[in-house]
Design a protein around this ligand. Structure first.
Ligand code: G3I
Length: 450
């Protein structure tokens, strides 16, 4: 838990994940002197609070003042999209995206990259393409852009909006989809190779209601990717809400179900049309849902002032057009300051030393099962292969794993790298994971190279 200079909190550990059955420690914060900005308040539970930023607004001082004061994560609203970054095939253009990335980083903020591959906002040359030529062009785009920003992006929206609305739960038809159903995983593998330190997300809208076919379709894809070792780390729920598409009653369930697959969940483009207390309560519910889910890493709103929104007439944001805080802002701040679960913490670490790598496990448990994520970090030299050993408690069995080979399903299990994640640069990390039945209590991974 991070405390900022503006926050003085009295934290009471009120229950543990086992008692709560949620897989996370629950923290309650009573605030004598609560944090007073969105970012500082979110940071109290290890989360971020972000906003979409438009490059052409960086000369507006009201806008920049709010940005610098309130937010610690930034997404380029349009400037990293395919049409902006590759306007002509093979000719890349990063000017406006760089302005946003540089401004954010100079202020100590992190950046979400949006979006590497999408059926929409393709440059005209790409819109005209199909088949293997398009597949190649898409993969080249992913590789070039992710390489250009390597090491500067917290999480990439690798693929955006690839599922159809309605009752099918199927992929959306598009020129990219017609290159073959594996286009999404191909994009994720290319992104991992180009920017191995970034989290890789699938991002979509209308995936907030757990009962919707589209949500289920995305869930099945993520489940399939995890079981086959396709490198995916997070799911982005855009969360654009209005009266036709209200915050669903089961929103927290949706966040939790995705999280239970072993991926981080991020609310990536939040806006809620409305006004006054009704709007404020909706924002509060969304914030509380994220705080209740340990793997919900943070919230990004899709713009700063109502007038900055793509749905400006619906006044869906936290600041009014004059830059004043709205009731919705106060509700979010209160909810953040009330505390919540903390994102999974590292439970065990082995020291560095001559073996040249360390391993740390974090565990998300529920009654009878768990997902463990093991982070392998190279020491001061690069490594070209690794082996992690850990002993499972009696009665515990591995039921599925990703990004590593294993020697068995119970007792002492050796995990070795697969082809794409054996080479780790000095000080860098890679992750593998597994799902088990039973408990992961007390697992202590150790790491050796080769
Ligand atoms: O910059 C030009 C301007 O020069 C021109 O005069 C004007 C005329 O239409 O267009 C301006 O560009 C517009 C751009 O926003 C900047 O305002 C584009 O037409 C317009 O299409 C574009 O809309 C963006 C939209 O994505 C495009 O797909 C919105 O700003 C942006 O908020 C929205 O964001 C999307 C996420 O990327 C994905 N999820 C949904 C979300 C909302 O639609």
């Amino acid at each position: 838990m991070k405390l900022t200079s503006t926050s003085v909190l009295r934290i009471a550990l009120v229950s543990t994940l086992v008692a709560a059955g949620t897989g996370a420690a629950v923290l309650a914060a009573t605030s004598a002197n609560a944090a007073t900005t969105l970012a500082a308040s979110a940071a109290q539970t290890g989360r971020y609070f972000g906003t979409a930023v438009a490059a052409h607004k960086l000369s507006d001082s009201t806008y920049v003042n709010i940005l610098n004061r309130e937010f610690d994560m930034v997404t380029a609203e349009n400037e990293m999209k395919m049409d902006a970054t590759e306007p002509n095939q093979g000719q890349f253009s990063y000017g406006n995206a760089d302005r946003i990335v540089n401004q954010a980083r100079a202020q100590g903020k992190r950046v979400r990259g949006h979006a590497l591959a999408w059926h929409s906002q393709q440059p005209p040359w790409m819109q005209r393409m199909e088949g293997s030529g398009l597949r190649q062009a898409m993969l080249n785009h992913v590789t070039q852009v992710a390489t250009y920003y390597r090491g500067k992006i917290y999480a990439w929206d690798v693929v955006n909006e690839a599922f159809a609305d309605g009752s099918s739960g199927a992929r959306r038809d598009s020129n990219l989809q017609r290159t073959g159903n594996d286009w999404i995983e191909a994009a994720f593998r290319a992104a991992r190779a180009a920017d191995p330190g970034a989290k890789l997300c699938y991002n979509d809208y209308n995936t907030d209601d757990w009962s919707h076919a589209k949500t289920q379709g995305v869930y099945r894809m993520v489940q399939d990717f995890k079981s086959r070792g396709v490198p995916i780390d997070c799911v982005g729920l855009q969360s654009h809400f209005n009266s036709a598409s209200p915050v669903p009653g089961n929103y927290q369930t949706t966040l939790q179900r995705f999280a239970d697959l072993g991926v981080e969940v991020q609310i990536t483009e939040l806006d809620i049309e409305g006004s006054g207390q009704t709007q404020a309560e909706n924002f509060r519910r969304v914030t509380q849902a994220c705080l209740a889910v340990a793997r919900c890493a943070g919230i990004t709103v899709w713009g700063i002032r109502d007038s900055d929104s793509w749905r400006a007439s619906g006044t869906p944001l936290l600041f009014d057009s004059g830059g004043n805080k709205k009731a919705a802002y106060n509700a979010v701040l209160e909810a953040l300051n009330a505390g919540g679960t903390t994102p999974p913490t590292t439970t065990t670490t082995t020291p560095g030393g001559p073996t040249g790598c360390t391993a740390a496990a974090s565990v998300n448990s529920w009654n009878g099962g768990f997902v463990a994520t093991v982070k392998v970090t190279a020491g001061s030299s690069a490594i070209s292969g690794w082996r992690v050993t850990l002993t499972l408690p009696p009665g515990t069995t591995v039921v599925g794993a990703w990004n590593a080979e294993r020697s068995g399903d119970s007792g002492t299990v050796d995990w070795t790298n697969v082809g794409h994640n054996g080479s780790v640069a000095a000080g860098q990390s890679t992750e593998f994971g597994f799902q088990g039945s039973g408990t992961a209590e007390g697992i202590t991974p150790s790491c050796a190279t080769g």
